[in-house]
Ligand binder design. Structure first.
Ligand SMILES: Cc1ncc(COP(=O)(O)O)c(C=O)c1O
Length: 488
């Protein structure tokens, strides 16, 4: 059947069908997408379609072949990534925005909520006085923050790096545990990946302040400009939080930009039992947090907060474009009465980062906070931190388990041990493969102080306390079977 005209409506009917398929998917009763027969691959593969099959058929294929072969990331036992399955509020808001406001600019309710939700998010995360911009993820959010740092450092020596490029070698100091997107930011910003000086950590995964001071001094003597210090509020590997206050004071004393990567861990500030670890946040020049990590948003949402958003404007502004500027009556003071959303770009987020076209992400944050409030978020975060502590406590007391680092947030790194086994890394690697194949409990692995660790990371709204006990039971069962096989 030839179909040449694309549907642009019929949402009530089609979205309810997709909704039913998604509810079924969320039961996780289907096989894993990589089950051996892989029939879905054969069914989906095919040549470029010259003639369309129509929306009903597309819906049918989505429901029958694609959704059931989706990813396990939202499964309750999946704890490998620091992203998670989206909550219902996030999914509804994403869908609504994709239809009702396909762009975040123009002075609509969505543009308004973009700003309102940034304010709410900043307040919830203890950076109330900062202004923000959303982007697609922690990688881009860090890039934007370090773009602001670059602008600030070079402006202080009379150079506009965004306009004229770089005139000096600079350094960014970040711990050995920093996320590898910091190095990529160095590359993208023209500073060079090697501009990132990796500062040693203590055994708890926190940046060593003495080593930081030495690195800054060394650079000064070599004529290199110290541009920024990046501290972690929740490392990816273990959830460690760097000594923010001490690092912030060093940054302040040396006039160096202080950036905090809180992509994962910033919302941990909601847990009053660990709030003091966040002292020093007030000294930050920029901070990032990813709502798509610990807050339950669909993937594609991060926020960068800075003290001075004008700096972002200078770092990222685009040159005017004839096709845009002339079509919108830019609001200026004393401008005529605004009568249409095309009279106003709204807040120009496209000049505060690296994206022009971008979805409305604030509506997702707004919906999630409106649904359960900060108290709901706080309860979830405390529950996840409790789960990590629950594993740690059990591990400390069990002769066959070893806690590899004290958990700070919702990650717990531990391993199975057996005195008779020389290569515990290999045993735990096998144990992990077996866990994954069983397809119920899927932590990741990482290395902690040289040892291979099992690393469950609890961030999903679907992560509940009993899953921690169930994971431990599975680890003990598989571990003892593997060890027994070695000694038959
Ligand atoms: C601390 C930290 N920063 C940055 C990132 C990059 O974030 P994204 O994957 O959203 O780009 C991650 C990802 O896990 C992270 O844990």
């Amino acid at each position: 059947m030839k179909k040449e005209k694309a549907e642009t409506g019929n949402f009530e009917n089609l979205l309810s069908q997709i909704g039913a398929g998604l509810d079924q998917f969320q039961k996780f009763e289907h096989q894993d997408a990589l089950h051996p027969d892989k029939t879905w691959r054969k069914a989906l593969d095919g040549p470029l379609p010259a003639n369309g099959v129509g929306i009903e058929k597309v819906t049918e294929i989505l429901l029958e072949k694609i959704i059931p072969n989706g990813s396990p990331v939202g499964k309750p036992g999946f704890t490998s990534f620091i992203t998670t399955g989206a909550t219902t509020a996030s999914t509804l808001a994403t869908t609504a925005a994709s239809i009702a406001s396909p762009q975040r600019y123009l002075g609509t309710a969505f543009n308004f909520i973009e700003e309102l939700s940034l304010k709410w998010l900043a307040e919830m995360c203890g950076v109330k006085t900062m202004e923000g911009v959303y982007s697609s993820g922690g990688s881009v959010a860090n890039l934007i923050a370090l773009g602001a740092a670059r602008q600030s450092a070079f402006e202080k020596i009379g150079v506009d790096p965004a306009a004229d490029g770089l005139s000096r070698k600079v350094s960014i100091y970040a711990s050995q545990e920093c996320h590898h997107t910091i190095q990529r930011s160095g590359g993208v910003l023209g500073l060079g990946r090697r501009a990132i000086k990796r500062i040693a950590c203590d055994r708890e995964g926190r940046m060593k302040v003495d080593a930081l001071l030495c690195a800054i001094e060394e650079d000064r003597q070599a004529g290199i400009l110290p541009m920024a210090i990046v501290a972690n509020a929740g490392t990816t590997n273990t959830g460690a939080i760097d000594p923010l206050l001490a690092i912030g004071k060093i940054a302040q004393k040396n006039s160096i930009w202080f950036h905090i990567d809180g992509a994962y861990g910033l919302p941990g500030i909601l847990d009053d039992r660990i709030q003091e670890l966040y002292h020093g946040l007030e000294l930050a020049d920029s901070v990032i947090v990813d709502p798509h990590k610990w807050l339950g948003a669909s993937v594609g949402i991060a926020a960068t907060f800075v003290k001075d958003r004008e700096l972002l404007l200078r770092a990222f502004t685009q040159e005017p474009a004839d096709y845009l500027e002339g079509s919108v009556d830019q609001m200026t003071e004393g401008s005529p009465i605004v009568e249409h959303s095309l009279d106003d770009f709204g807040i120009p987020y496209f000049d505060y980062g690296v994206e022009l076209s971008a979805p409305c992400r604030g509506i997702v944050m707004w919906a999630m906070l409106k649904e359960i409030g900060t108290e709901g978020m706080r309860q979830r975060i405390k529950r996840h931190n409790d789960m990590a502590q629950q594993i740690a406590q059990f591990t400390r007391e069990h002769p066959q388990l070893e806690l590899l680092i004290e958990p700070t947030l919702s990650i717990c790194c531990f391993r199975y041990t057996d005195d008779r086994v020389a290569d515990l890394d290999s045993l735990n690697q096998k144990l992990h493969r077996q866990l994954v194949r069983e397809n119920q409990y899927m932590p990741s692995t990482t290395r902690v102080n040289g040892k291979l660790a099992l690393r469950p990371c609890y961030v999903g709204a679907q992560h509940e306390q009993p899953q921690a006990d169930e994971l431990l039971a599975a680890v003990l069962r598989i571990g003892s079977n593997l060890a027994a096989e070695l000694f038959v």
